[in-house]
Design a protein around this ligand. Structure first.
Ligand SMILES: [Fe+2]
Length: 427
């Protein structure tokens, strides 16, 4: 570590005016939650708050989170220390809680003295640094608990942060949320994406059209069953990719066709039920792989994976369920009969009235859903006419990041509002 730089910045922090100015290793606003005590054995700082919450902070973790003291860069708020420099001769030589409740730590061998914001330390003690924090917990649903997608106001979603945040939260919670009353502007998806993050481009293009036209069934004018009047069974898009697109958004700009209701089933609920009621099928669906294949003159996308893919611990569920692009069983011949049986059972459950809701698309509707969790489909059309949807994909990372940012910003505004209210009440 460069001790010259450390010493310079250390002086700047030591002379900072007031505890409340202590920078944190990020750019977020933390409520001031003063520590009540701190003690150390040289390796761990054992921190306690007055409500009994505790945190054991390891010396090397504290050292690399020393903001402006060579640990975290003040301008980028990113870590600066290469792991090879985090040696065991780094120790806590003194530890104190300041008069206002922040933590002050002095380290050997470089003598760096660093201040830590107690609200930042508290958010770690409370587990709010985890990947799941600032997001609602997923909630599975069936037709007993949901008959229509949770719906929010599409006419204000671009300007009202509370509406935007509630819609994003429902996308994360239920995997399905609708905006109603959106403009019919063909670029509305792009406007919405500009508030969220990068659009996931695919061989369909960044924003694509699904124009269901009764005249296209069986013709060679379309490259997708979606563009015909045929029924589409419950499925997830693009299981042909290592990571299929996270969320899918369908904006209805025209619909004068009869029938063609959208269908949605919560795949997470189907997975729970099949695990409980048909464990042998669950085993086949989670362990036997299929090869999915997008075949086209200029593309050759393929991936092999199980129908139900739980991924690593904490990863979102991925269902690979799209028969038009399921190419080959990637398993021993003797496993194929039970693989087909398990898949048939899963698809029957997903399309049953126990799990699948259906509803019409109204022009101005924009339905978002988790493409890796929710099984979507469409009934066949009863008569002629055109239904025109504009579609796009946005990956989980972007949705979850924006949902966290909006939740945290709304919480900060609410805290500031309450603080001002209490200040006025005290006058
Ligand atoms: Fe689809």
């Amino acid at each position: 570590m460069d001790k010259t730089i450390d010493a310079t910045i250390n002086t700047a922090i030591d002379t900072a005016s007031g505890d409340q100015d202590i920078p944190t290793p990020d750019f977020y606003d933390y409520p001031w939650t003063p520590l009540s005590s701190a003690e150390t054995d040289g390796r761990f700082a054992r921190l306690t708050w007055s409500d009994g919450v505790e945190l054991s902070a390891y010396v090397l973790w504290l050292r690399e989170n020393a903001v402006g003291n060579g640990g975290v860069d003040l301008s980028t708020r990113e870590g600066l220390i290469d792991p090879v420099e985090l040696t065991n001769d780094i120790a806590i030589t003194s530890l104190e809680v300041s008069a206002s409740g922040s933590l002050i730590v002095e380290f050997a061998p470089d003598g760096v003295r660093s201040h830590y914001h107690p609200g930042w330390l508290r958010h770690v003690a409370d587990g709010n640094h985890r990947a799941t924090s600032w997001l609602p917990a997923p909630k599975t649903w069936t037709t007993e608990s949901m008959s229509e997608p949770p719906t929010h106001d599409g006419s204000t979603v671009l300007t009202d942060e509370a509406v935007f945040g509630q819609w994003l939260d429902d996308l994360v919670r239920f995997g399905l949320a609708r905006l109603r009353g959106c403009p019919l502007d063909h670029d509305f998806n792009a406007l919405l994406a500009s508030k969220i993050g990068a659009v996931r481009d695919t061989n369909f293009g960044p924003i694509w059209d699904v124009v269901a036209d009764i005249t296209l069934a069986g013709s060679d004018e379309t490259n997708s069953t979606a563009n015909t009047n045929l029924r589409l069974g419950p499925h997830t898009d693009l299981p042909t990719r290592e990571t299929p697109p996270g969320f899918q958004f369908l904006h209805c700009v025209q619909n004068n066709a009869a029938g063609g209701h959208s269908t949605m089933a919560d795949g997470a609920a189907v997975v729970e039920a099949i695990q409980r009621e048909h464990p042998e099928h669950y085993e086949a669906l989670t362990t036997l792989n299929w090869i999915f294949f997008n075949r086209g003159p200029g593309i050759d996308h393929r991936w092999s994976g199980p129908f139900i893919d739980h991924g690593v611990e904490g990863a979102p569920l991925t269902l690979r369920a799209f028969y038009p692009v399921r190419g080959f069983p990637d398993m021993a011949p003797e496993d194929q009969p039970r693989a087909y049986e398990a898949m048939r059972c899963f698809s029957e459950m997903a399309a049953s009235t126990r799990f699948q809701i259906d509803y019409p698309f109204v022009p101005g509707d924009l339905v978002g859903f988790d493409n890796r969790r929710i099984l979507h489909g469409r009934d066949s059309f009863d008569s002629g006419g055109t239904r025109h949807l504009r579609g796009m994909y946005i990956d989980h990372d972007e949705i979850r990041s924006t949902a966290r940012v909006v939740s945290r910003r709304l919480a900060t505004q609410s805290r500031q509002h309450n603080h001002r209210f209490h200040e006025r009440s005290a006058l």
